[in-house]
Design a protein around this ligand. Structure first.
Ligand SMILES: Nc1ncnc2c1ncn2[C@@H]1O[C@H](COP(=O)(O)OP(=O)(O)OP(=O)(O)O)[C@@H](O)[C@H]1O
Ligand SMILES: [Mg+2]
Length: 160
């Protein structure tokens, strides 16, 4: 297990972590499922916005709270941003056509993944966002994406 923490004192820091993750994902091009865990308002969508803008996406990054999924092509990557907060049951994921989207190299950023139950594949990387005073804190961990995490760690300031 590779893991580390990042302190995010303000929104700009959350956006910067997203940008660093974008660069790491572009470098390895393997894609995969990333779980974004954390309470309401913890910064999951903000991190996704930083990631997409760093990849060159210039439009809005809407929270997929009601649409459940928003898909993007940016920086040479196919990305799918999901927010499962309002998912009635994991079966509904079938109707989203999620299986068809799970092609090699595709990136999935999933908010509220616990709502997907066993339906979702195991994540390649997990990011737990939590409140920390006025700011936030991120805990990143993975069993399999150790190179990705090493690359990411080398580009940001971490803490113990
Ligand atoms: N590091 C930070 N410090 C302070 N505020 C932050 C930080 N990161 C994000 N925010 C702010 O937190 C608010 C909520 O962020 P965001 O919408 O990304 O949360 P979320 O985790 O996606 O919530 P939800 O579960 O409701 O989708 C935004 O106003 C954003 O600017
Ligand atoms: Mg959100």
């Amino acid at each position: 297990m590779q893991e580390f923490d990042v302190v995010l004192p303000d929104e700009a820091a959350t956006l910067a972590l997203g940008a660093a993750l974008a660069a790491a994902l572009q470098a390895d091009a393997e894609g995969g499922v990333i779980f974004l865990n954390g309470d309401l308002g913890a910064g999951k969508t903000t991190l996704t916005r930083g990631l997409l803008h760093a990849l060159g996406h210039s439009g809005a990054v809407k929270s997929p709270t009601y649409t459940l999924i928003e898909s993007y092509e940016a920086g040479g990557l196919s990305l799918h941003h999901l927010d499962l907060y309002r998912l009635g049951s994991p079966d509904e994921l079938d109707f989203l056509g999620l299986r068809e989207l799970m092609v090699p190299g595709a990136v999935f950023l999933i908010e509220w993944p616990q709502q997907g139950g066993d339906w979702l594949p195991l994540p390649r990387l997990q990011i737990d966002l939590s409140y920390d005073g006025e700011g936030r804190r991120a805990h990143l961990y993975s069993n399999s994406a150790t190179e990705l995490l090493k690359r990411l760690k080398s580009t940001i300031t971490t803490c113990d």
